[in-house]
Design a binder for this molecule. Structure first.
Ligand code: NAD
Length: 247
């Protein structure tokens, strides 16, 4: 389709899955990641329609330079998928939780999206583009010792609808909220395979794949979603709709 998408946190996992899906749909995709070695390697493996820019999304100057590089290379930007995160839901117990740890999680998982959108918005507006943020069902439900990650994703959902109002009507902004997605490398999957219990506890009978998320991101970026903004789309195999009674 000749359009250009920027996908953050794309050196592995869900971001890489989204990048590969969009390329298969004909997008030109710029993969952004703090892991420059792995990011440039996977971009090369994805072929001629993939490029890599290194950035720490929590640093405004790096975001600004990265976005400028994208514009220098392509002269346009049609989509932003803000996926980069410290994707570790568990933190030390609150009473030993270090403020620097808390601040870093919020800086990457929440502030990073604000910075990306701030620097991408003028270009997205020019092409009536779209933004998808990647939240987590942990924005809605929790295990003990997950305050930093849960709060960052809850904030991200609010940021998403706030941005949708500020950037309408030119730019649509929606969130995709994954549940349990097996986003690990094949080697890690072999070392610790998922169990039947892992799969069976999901109403749809399996743990999710990166493609389950990528398909919904691609739809929200497409013209088929042109009347959808400020929304959250849960991709969780039904887990957050399951009522649990123990007997
Ligand atoms: P992952 O750890 O496999 O990949 C995250 C990527 O983001 C990595 O390549 C990492 O280098 C990059 N990154 C981290 N900090 C960065 C920074 N400051 N700047 C730029 N890049 C940075 O994680 P994943 O499982 O693929 O998760 C992707 C997204 O999906 C995250 O937002 C995560 O919170 C969300 N999510 C994942 C799951 C799941 O089950 N895997 C569930 C719910 C939500």
């Amino acid at each position: 389709n000749g359009k250009v998408a920027l996908v953050t946190g794309a050196a592995r996992g869900i971001g890489l899955g989204v990048a590969a899906w969009l390329i298969a749909e004909g997008w030109q995709v710029v993969l952004a990641d703090i892991d420059r070695a792995r990011g440039s390697k996977v971009a090369k493996a994805l072929g001629n329609n993939a490029w890599f820019v290194g950035m720490d999304v929590a640093h405004e100057s790096q975001v600004a330079v990265g976005v400028a590089e994208v514009l220098g290379q392509f002269g346009r930007l049609d989509a932003l998928v803000s996926n980069a995160a410290v994707a570790e839901p568990h933190n030390p117990p609150l009473e030993s939780l270090d403020l620097a740890y808390w601040n870093r999680i919020l800086a990457v998982n929440l502030t990073g999206t604000m910075l990306l959108v701030k620097h991408c918005a003028p270009y997205l507006r020019a092409h009536h583009g779209a933004i998808v943020t990647i939240a987590s069902t942990r924005a809605h439900q929790s295990e003990p010792d997950s305050e930093a990650y849960a709060a960052s994703k809850g904030g991200l959902l609010s940021l998403t609808h706030a941005l949708a109002m500020s950037l309408a009507p030119e730019i649509r902004v929606n969130a995709v909220t994954p549940g349990w997605i097996d986003a690990r490398d094949p080697s890690a999957r072999l070392e610790a395979p998922l169990t039947e219990l892992d799969h069976d506890q999901h109403p749809l009978g399996r743990v999710g794949l990166v493609e389950d998320v990528a398909a919904q991101v691609a739809w929200l970026l497409s013209e088929n979603a042109s009347f959808v903004t400020g929304q959250e789309l849960l991709v969780d195999g039904g887990m957050t709709r399951k009522l649990i009674y123990l007997d």
